[in-house]
Design a binder for this molecule. Structure first.
Ligand SMILES: [Ca+2]
Length: 306
C-alpha cells in the first residue's frame, strides 16, 4: 500500500494513500521541479574496491548472470549480480534471465527499455520513463542475487536523471524487507535531495529538516552518478556513497543523530532482511522524470565505481 510524504516544509505530514485513491491518480502533492541543483557532485574514482563487510557471513552466490560484454568500466563478472545492459537488444526489456519487469499492484504509463543512445559503460543502459502517478510506477526486479548474499548486502549502480529531483517524494530503488512485513526499503528523493525512506512507517533518512537536507545532495541533471549502498542486518546499519564519497545524511548507525537517522530509530527493531532489488521509478506527488541506469552490481563487499 503506498504511502508518501507531502512536501510541507519540514514537518512532513504523513499521507497514507488508499490504493484506489492512488490509482485514481493525483493526490495533489506539489510537483514543482526544483530550480538549479545545488550541490554539484565531485569527480569519481579513487575508491577502494574491497571492503570488510562487517558481519558478512556468506560467500558469493551463483555465477554472474546478465549482459556482460561491452567496454564495461567495472569488472564485476564474478559477482552474483552484474549487468551493464549490453546483452539485451535496444528498445526491448533487459535480460530476462536476470530481470523481470514489474509494476506491483497496478500499472500505468511508466516504461523501462534498453536504450542504445545513452550509456555509462559500453553502448547501452536501461531507460526509465517515469510517470507521475503511483500506478505509473515500473521497475526491473532481481530476486536471486540478493537472496544469495545473506544479511550483508553491498550494491552499486550508476544513475542519470534528465531533470533535477523535485520537492515531492519519489523512489528509484526499492528492496523488499522480509523482516518488515515485506514492506520496501526505498531510495529516492524528496525536497530535491537523495534520501532513503522506509515504507512501513514512512521514516526518512535524513530527516527533512533544513539541517538534514543540507547533509544530503541534489543530483546534477544529465550527469551519471555512482551510487553505492551497504545494508547490514547484523548491525542494523545502512551506508551510502555517491561517486565514492560517504554521504553523511544517508547513514544509519547505532546512535540516533538529530536531523539524520534519529527518525529511523523510531523503529528500534529494524533488522533488514532483503529479498529483492528493484530499480525504476515510483512517484507519490506527480513528479515525472526520465532516468537511465547502468552497471548494476550486488556483492558481499564494497564494489566501487571503477
Ligand atoms: Ca552499459
Amino acid at each position: 500500500m503506498p504511502r508518501c510524504f507531502r512536501p510541507i516544509p519540514y514537518v512532513a505530514s504523513i499521507c497514507v494513500l488508499l490504493l484506489a485513491a492512488a490509482c485514481g491518480g493525483d493526490d495533489g502533492g506539489t510537483s514543482s521541479e526544483g530550480g538549479g541543483a545545488g550541490g554539484s557532485v565531485g569527480g569519481s574514482s579513487g575508491m577502494p574496491t574491497t571492503g570488510s563487510g562487517a558481519g558478512a557471513t556468506t560467500g558469493t552466490g551463483a555465477g554472474g548472470a546478465g549482459g556482460g560484454g561491452g567496454a564495461a568500466t567495472s569488472d564485476c563478472s564474478d559477482l552474483p549480480l552484474c549487468d551493464g545492459f549490453e546483452g539485451a537488444a535496444p528498445d526491448g526489456p533487459p535480460d530476462t534471465a536476470t530481470w523481470s519487469v514489474v509494476s506491483p499492484n497496478c500499472s500505468g504509463t511508466g516504461t523501462v527499455t534498453i536504450d542504445g543512445a545513452q550509456a555509462h559503460s559500453g553502448a547501452r543502459s536501461l531507460r526509465v520513463n517515469g510517470g507521475g502517478g503511483y500506478c505509473d510506477h515500473v521497475f526491473i526486479a532481481s530476486t536471486s542475487a540478493i537472496a544469495a548474499l545473506g544479511p550483508a548486502v553491498y550494491g552499486r549502480f550508476f544513475v542519470r536523471f534528465e531533470e533535477a529531483l523535485g520537492d515531492s517524494h519519489v523512489t528509484f530503488l526499492t528492496m523488499k524487507d522480509a523482516n518488515d512485513n515485506d514492506r520496501d526499503l526505498r531510495m529516492g528523493g524528496q525536497s530535491k535531495i537523495l534520501m532513503w525512506n522506509r515504507e512501513s512507517d514512512d521514516a526518512t533518512l535524513p530527516s527533512l529538516s533544513p539541517a538534514g537536507i543540507a547533509q544530503s545532495l541534489m543530483p546534477t541533471p544529465d550527469t551519471w552518478l555512482c551510487v553505492e549502498f551497504f545494508v547490514d542486518q547484523p548491525s542494523a546499519s545502512l551506508q551510502t556513497w555517491v561517486d565514492g564519497a560517504a554521504i553523511a545524511a544517508l547513514q544509519v548507525d547505532d546512535t540516533p543523530t538529530p536531523d539524520v537517522d534519529q527518525q529511523w530509530h523510531n523503529q528500534p527493531n529494524w533488522s533488514p532482511s532483503l529479498t529483492d532489488l528493484k530499480l525504476g521509478w515510483e512517484s507519490y506527488g506527480g513528479q515525472t522524470n526520465t532516468l537511465w541506469i547502468d552497471d548494476v552490481a550486488l556483492a558481499n563487499h564494497r564494489i566501487g565505481c571503477n
